[in-house]
Every structure is written in structure tokens, then in C-alpha cells.
Design a protein around this ligand. Structure first.
Ligand code: HSE
Length: 311
């Protein structure tokens, strides 16, 4: 395989209560990336459209991942990566993760699938480290595995894929303001009261159980974050107004997507997901802030091949 085009999905991380340990991908929102083998060794990055992202491989999220993979394989070719970045950086739907996971997935195809899923997630985490200073895996893991990805442990890395209940949809409001993950991590408290932790891990366990049994009511009760959301919500205009409107629209629950500013809502069925979109629109039309809304099934697949140019 000498050239390949792939899709790398946007992802929702944290899923309310599961900070840094749970995420899922969207079906159609994401980046496109071309990978071409070259005689010139090393990695070359090309950004399509008007992106301000750096193209030096050592400073580019996809570049650092690809360089690490080449370094480990010692192959006698290089790779040109062309990135059509459709997820805005600082959006809260895994922009850096799409580049990082896409790079790991695409490079692995050119390297004849020599790395397994856990190794690919570890490579992709290098990109997250570059982007936000922390190698969190809750965006890159689902971007690679598809479905819900639970990071049971970071050291050693242990990621569990959980299948998606059939009728689960997500609606996302993306206000066009940038919140850097590094900034929204700095404001978090380092200590917790035991009783707060107990509430949170009860919810995480409830959420995982609900996903396994497609128990939408339990899922709804478990979508509560008593640790991170109260702190980070200050960065998101009208956050609680949007949440209220989403509850009235009949969604299962809502919260901050990743580190924000995007807000996600989970719904049983497409009809409620569309009502959620209207509710988001109603609230945000009262602001001067531009916004996008995405509706998607929670995707069972992560990165995928769009075109294999050798065929
Ligand atoms: N778990 C990470 C955070 C996700 O909330 O900082 C960032 O998208």
C-alpha cells in the first residue's frame, strides 16, 4: 500500500462523569487525511485550507505521531501527510485527537499493520501530549477503536471497547469560541472530598452498566458530573440555560464535550436528537456568538479508510 485516504472522527471525551477515562466518536464529523509513501525519508506535513497549525513535523500533532512510528520501524521510505482539517482546534470535540489518531491509523496501514490497537493509542497519545501538555487517551482511544472506549488504566495502558446501544444519538453545540485544553485543565482542583468522589464513581459505574444493558433510564441518571463541570462551565456562555432547554427537550442528559466549549447531549432516537438541536439553537440565537450544531449516531467505528488509491 503506497497511498491511502482516511477519515478521522471528531470525539466526545469525558461523557460527563468519566473525566479522562471515557469517550466516543461521531459518524461524519471529522478530518480527512492522505498518506503517500515518498523516497525522501522522514515526514512531510501539508495542511489544506486556511489552517494556522504548524507544518514542521516535530511541532505538528500528526507529525510527532508519524515520526515516532517511523523511528520504531526503521523503514527505508518517508511519508507525506496531507491534512484536511475540518474540526476547529479548541472546539472540545477532539481536534488534536483526530490528527493524532488519524496519523497512527494511516501510518499503520502504510507500515503493513505492524502495530496493534493499544500501540496505536499509545502513539496517538504523543500527539495529545504535544497539543495539551497531557497525554490523555479519552479522545484518541475512541477515535481508533470506535464505540465507547473506556481507559481502565493509563499505566499500563488498558483500553476497553464498549458497544453502543442501538438508538443512541448525540447532538453537539459548538460555540465558535476557543477554549484550550491546557487552560481548562489548569483551573481544575487537585484534591477531592471523599463523598464527592463516591458520587462520581457511582455515576461512572452506572453509565458503564447502562451502556452494556442499553438501559437508557440508568444512562440518564448517570450523566452527572459533580467534579469537573461546575468548574469548567464558567468558560461556556449560557451553559446552564442550554442544559435546562436540553432536559426539557427530552434528552437523556448533557454536559461539556471534552474540555469545552462544545456542549453534548445524548438522546434515545433521532427525533429527540433533533429536538435537542432546536433547543440549543433557541438558546444560542440569543447570543452574538456564532455556533455549529452536529447530530450523529454514536459511531461504532473510529478511523476508517475512505479511499485506497492502490485499488
Ligand atoms: N479529558 C480531557 C479533558 C479531554 O477534559 O481535559 C480533552 O478533550
Amino acid at each position: 500500500m503506497d497511498r491511502i485516504t482516511i477519515f478521522a472522527p471528531a470525539t466526545v471525551a469525558n461523557v460527563s462523569c468519566a473525566f479522562d477515562v471515557l469517550g466516543f466518536p461521531l459518524e461524519e464529523t471529522g478530518d480527512r487525511m492522505n498518506f503517500v509513501k515518498t523516497n525522501q525519508k522522514g515526514i512531510q506535513i501539508k495542511m489544506l485550507g486556511n489552517s494556522n497549525l504548524p507544518t514542521e513535523p516535530e511541532k505538528n500533532v500528526a507529525g510527532v505521531v508519524a515520526l515516532a512510528m517511523l523511528e520504531q520501524t526503521k523503514v527505508d521510505f518517508g511519508v507525506e501527510i496531507e491534512i484536511d482539517k475540518r474540526i476547529k482546534p479548541g472546539s472540545g470535540i477532539g481536534s488534536s485527537a483526530a490528527s493524532a489518531a488519524g496519523a497512527a491509523f494511516g501510518m499503520n496501514l502504510l507500515l503493513e499493520n505492524r502495530f496493534n490497537t493499544t500501540e496505536l493509542i499509545k502513539f496517538a497519545m504523543l500527539g495529545e501530549k504535544l497539543a495539551s501538555g497531557t497525554a490523555h487517551a479519552d479522545n484518541v482511544a475512541p477515535a481508533i477503536t470506535g464505540g465507547f472506549a473506556l481507559v481502565r488504566s493509563y499505566e499500563p495502558l488498558d483500553v476497553v471497547k464498549i458497544n453502543v446501544p442501538n438508538e443512541l444519538y448525540v447532538t453537539i453545540l459548538h460555540p465558535q469560541i476557543e477554549v484550550k485544553t491546557s487552560d481548562s485543565r489548569k483551573i481544575l482542583k487537585k484534591d477531592l472530598e471523599l463523598k464527592t468522589a463516591i458520587k462520581q464513581w457511582g455515576n461512572i459505574a452506572g453509565l458503564i452498566s447502562a451502556l452494556h444493558t442499553s438501559d437508557y433510564e440508568l444512562l440518564s441518571r448517570s450523566l452527572e458530573d459533580v467534579i469537573i463541570e461546575p468548574i469548567r462551565s464558567v468558560f461556556i456562555p449560557l451553559f446552564y440555560e442550554v442544559k435546562k432547554a436540553l432536559a426539557e427537550a427530552g434528552t437523556l442528559g448533557s454536559g461539556i464535550s471534552g474540555s469545552g466549549p462544545s456542549i453534548f447531549a445524548l438522546s434515545k432516537g433521532k427525533e429527540t436528537a433533533e429536538k435537542a438541536a432546536k433547543a440549543m439553537q433557541m438558546v444560542y440565537s440569543q447570543t452574538q456568538i456564532d455556533f455549529d450544531i452536529h447530530i450523529s449516531k454514536v459511531a461504532s467505528q473510529g478511523c476508517r479508510i475512505i479511499r485506497n488509491n492502490n485499488e
